[in-house]
Design a protein around this ligand. Structure first.
Ligand code: CA
Length: 231
């Protein structure tokens, strides 16, 4: 069914950091832009429609929509008008870092939880804290992590290794971070000599406390792990 646009009530609004402001009309946004587009149209049967489209980066805030339909008159004696009020309330774009996280300057916020976990449980535990299972992005970061954290943990299969946030479970030999980025693009890929060597039996990434070199290990092992909140 065809529609026609009411020329005087076509609205394009831009919402940034929770505050609405008028912006120039455009149909596509990119980068960090968050846009809210409202189109008020009527179809051939005369039914008016309001279409709302919120467009934002995938990692952006989630929004709660609050609608209120009522009547209002600006002045005494004025004919009441029907008023639809639309409110969007977003979650903060950046959650505060939990207090137990330690800032390593220029690297991020980190913490080693006290328990050892299998790789998938460690990944999920970091996510539940608003962090991610750490992946060093430089030699310096890998060495800082091994120096700063003790790798001691209860119930650990071993305490001389710690989990990192990458796996080649999806495609053998291609390690991808928990954020979906190929490990080869993360800035630190210094494997222990001869590694990775575990083939399909060892799909999860770890590093050695002693020298920060990378190792593939069975994902069911329980190892210490480090969660990271990026700067
Ligand atoms: Ca493997």
């Amino acid at each position: 069914m065809g529609t026609r646009t009411w020329p005087l009530v076509r609205l394009v609004l831009l919402v940034a950091a929770g505050a609405a402001r008028r912006a120039r009309a455009q149909s596509c946004f990119s980068g960090g832009s968050v846009s809210l587009r409202l189109d008020v149209t009527t179809n051939e049967t005369g039914h008016p429609h309001v279409h709302a489209r919120l467009d934002q980066p995938a990692e952006s805030a989630s929004w709660a929509l609050d609608l209120d339909l009522g009547t209002s008159a600006c002045r005494a004696g004025q004919q009441p008008r029907k008023v639809l009020t639309l409110a969007l309330v977003g979650t903060p774009l950046k959650a505060p870092v939990p207090p137990e996280y330690e800032l390593l300057p220029a690297l991020g916020y980190f913490r080693q939880p006290p328990r050892a976990l299998d790789w998938a449980s460690a990944r999920d535990a970091c996510w539940q804290e608003g962090a991610a299972l750490a992946v060093p992005q430089s030699q310096r970061e890998a060495e800082q992590l091994t120096r700063r954290f003790a790798f001691n943990a209860s119930d650990a299969t071993r305490v001389d290794l710690g989990w990192l946030g990458a796996s080649d479970a999806a495609k053998e030999g291609e390690f991808v971070t928990v954020g979906g980025v190929p490990l080869s693009k993360m800035g630190y890929t210094t494997w222990n000599p001869g590694q990775p060597a575990g083939k399909a039996n060892e799909n999860c990434l770890a590093f050695w406390k002693s020298n920060a070199l990378l190792e593939d290990l069975p994902c069911a092992w329980k190892l210490p792990y480090i969660c990271k909140v990026p700067l």
